[in-house]
Design a protein around this ligand. Structure first.
Ligand code: LLP
Length: 437
C-alpha cells in the first residue's frame, strides 16, 4: 500500500480521503494515485542515487505516464526515459526539457528518430545496426549531432518472468557482447561524426529482487567498457544499468530500499572499476515500477458473488468486479500475484478464500488469484487492489469495449483527475461508420 493509505474504522483512506467518498465523486473502477507517495519515492531514488555521487535517475515512463506526472518527475529532479514517439509527445507536451529525455526502444522508426534528433533529446539508446544507420543519415542530413548510448546484452538470466527478462542472449533487445556485435556497434557510433558516444546501456529485466543479476551485468558491461578504451582508444563517460527493481505485490515480496540498492550497486561498480583499472563512468538507472507501482491502487465495485465446488469438496468464491483484464492485464499475462482488501466498510465476518475476477468474456480474466475476503462481501462493496501504479493503466485496453478508468491523484484530502475516464464517445471516435452517421 502507498504510504498514506490506512484503514479507519474498516474504511480505506488514501491521501487523506476516505475511498468511498472519492468513489462518490469519480465512480469505479478508478486508479487512485497517492501523490505524496509517488513524490516520496521519486525523491528517495534521487537522494540515494545522487547527482553529486555521480548518478542520474531516469523515470521509466512506460510504467505510467501522463503530462502531470511527467511534471512531478521533473520537479523531483529526475530525468525521463521514453520508448516511443507517443511517450515522447506526452513528455514534450508536459514541457519536459528534451535534454532531460532519453529515447529507448528496439525498433525506433526513421520518423521517431528524426523527431527526437530535431527536438534535441538528451540521449538515444540504440538497439540495432539499422537504428545506427538511420541516425547516421539523420545527423548527416540535418547537420545536428546526437548523444548515443549503445544497449548491450550482458547474457544474464534474471530471475523473473520469462516475458520481462531482457538480458539473456535469445531475446530481441540489445547488441550481444559475446557475439561481438556490441563492440562493432560501439565502433560504428564512435567513428561517426554525427554521433556522440556516451556509453553502454544494459537492462536485465523487470520485477527483480536478487542483486546478483545486476552484479553480473555490471561486471560484463564494465569489462566491455574497458575493452573499448583499450582496443578503440575511446573512453566513454557514462554507463546505464537500466531499471527493474522489484516491488511488493503481496506480503511474500521483500523489496530493497533505494538507499540500500544504491549502496550495493555502487560497491559492485567501484569494485569492478578498481579491478579493471578504469575510472568509474557517470552512472544512471531507469526505475519505473519501483517509483510509481506502489503509489496507486485500483478501486472496484463488487457486482456479483458466487461459489463453485472444487474437486475434493472445497469451494472457491468468485467475486466479480466492474473492471478486470482491461485495466490490469498483469495477472493474465504474467501470472502476477496481487492482493486486495474490502475498502468500504468494517466486516466481522470470517474470511473466505476468494478469487477476484473481472467482467470480461474470458475465464482468464482474473485480477487477484487468491485472497481472503470477509465472508459477507456483497454487491456494492468496494474492493481495492494495491500496487497497480506500474504497467496497469499503461497496458490498459478497451477489450470488450470497456472504458479505461480514470487516474485520480489524492493529496491532503484533495482530488485531482490526472486522466479522465473514457466515454462511449471516445470509444466510437475512431469508428468511421459511427462517425459518418
Ligand atoms: N529501462 C528499460 C530499458 C526497460 O526496458 C524497462 C522496462 C525499464 C527501464 C523499467 O523497468 P522497471 O523499473 O519498471 O521494472 N510490462 C511488464 C514490465 C515490462 C518492462 C519493460 N521494460 C510488467 O508489467 O511487469
Amino acid at each position: 500500500w502507498s504510504t498514506t493509505a490506512a484503514k479507519v474504522d474498516g474504511v480505506l483512506h488514501v491521501g487523506g480521503r476516505a475511498v468511498p467518498d472519492v468513489v462518490a465523486e469519480v465512480n469505479t473502477p478508478a486508479y487512485l494515485l497517492d501523490e505524496e507517495d509517488f513524490r516520496g519515492r521519486a525523491r528517495a531514488f534521487r537522494e540515494a542515487f545522487a547527482d553529486d555521487a555521480g548518478w542520474d535517475v531516469f523515470y521509466a515512463a512506460k510504467a505510467f505516464l501522463c503530462t502531470t506526472l511527467a511534471q512531478w518527475v521533473v520537479e523531483e529532479g529526475l530525468l525521463l526515459d521514453v520508448c516511443s514517439g507517443g511517450e515522447l509527445t506526452v513528455a514534450l507536451r508536459a514541457g519536459v526539457d528534451p535534454a532531460r529525455i532519453g529515447f529507448h526502444g528496439n525498433n525506433k522508426s526513421y520518423a521517431e528518430l528524426r523527431r527526437a534528433v530535431s527536438v534535441g533529446v538528451g540521449r538515444i539508446i540504440v538497439d540495432s545496426f539499422h537504428e545506427i544507420e538511420r541516425l547516421e543519415q539523420i545527423t548527416a542530413d540535418t547537420g545536428r549531432t546526437v548523444a548515443v548510448m549503445v544497449r548491450v546484452t550482458p547474457g544474464v538470466e534474471a530471475h523473473t518472468h520469462e516475458y520481462i527478462a531482457t538480458a539473456h542472449e535469445d531475446q530481441k533487445f540489445g547488441f550481444s557482447i559475446t557475439g561481438g556485435d556490441a563492440l562493432e556497434a560501439v565502433r560504428r557510433v564512435a567513428t561517426d561524426p554525427g554521433l556522440e558516444l556516451r556509453g553502454l546501456h544494459s537492462h536485465i529485466g523487470s520485477q527483480i529482487f536478487d542483486s546478483s543479476g545486476f552484479e553480473v551485468a555490471a561486471r560484463r558491461v564494465l569489462a566491455l567498457h574497458a575493452r573499448v578504451a583499450g582496443e578503440l582508444g575511446v573512453t566513454m563517460p557514462e554507463m546505464d544499468l537500466g531499471g527493474g527493481f522489484g516491488i511488493a505485490y503481496t506480503t511474500q515480496d521483500d523489496p530493497s530500499e533505494p538507499a540500500d540498492l544504491a549502496r550495493e550497486i555502487t560497491a559492485i561498480v567501484d569494485h569492478e572499476c578498481r579491478a579493471l583499472g578504469i575510472a568509474r563512468p557517470r552512472l544512471s538507472i531507469e526505475p519505473g515500477r519501483a517509483i510509481v507501482g506502489p503509489s496507486m491502487c485500483t478501486v472496484y465495485t463488487v457486482g456479483t458473488v458466487k461459489e463453485v465446488a472444487l474437486d475434493g469438496g472445497a469451494r472457491r468464491r468468485y467475486v466479480s468486479v466492474d473492471g478486470g483484464m482491461s485495466d490490469n492485464i498483469r495477472t493474465a499475462l504474467y501470472d502476477a500475484d496481487y492482493s486486495c482488501t474490502l475498502a468500504s466498510r468494517r466486516s466481522g465476518a470470517a474470511p473466505v478464500l476468494s478469487r477476484v475476477v473481472g467482467k470480461h468474456c474470458e475465464a482468464g480474466d482474473i485480477v487477484v488469484k487468491d485472497e481472503f475476503l470477509p465472508g459477507d462481501v456483497v454487491p456494492g462493496d468496494l474492493v481495492a487492489v494495491p500496487g497497480t501504479g506500474a504497467y496497469c493503466w499503461s497496458m490498459a485496453s478497451n477489450y470488450n469495449h470497456l472504458l479505461r478508468p480514470p487516474v485520480v491523484a489524492v493529496r491532503d484530502g484533495e482530488l485531482r483527475v490526472l486522466v479522465r475516464r473514457e466515454t462511449e464517445d471516445d470509444l466510437l471516435a475512431t469508428d468511421m461508420g459511427a462517425a459518418s452517421e
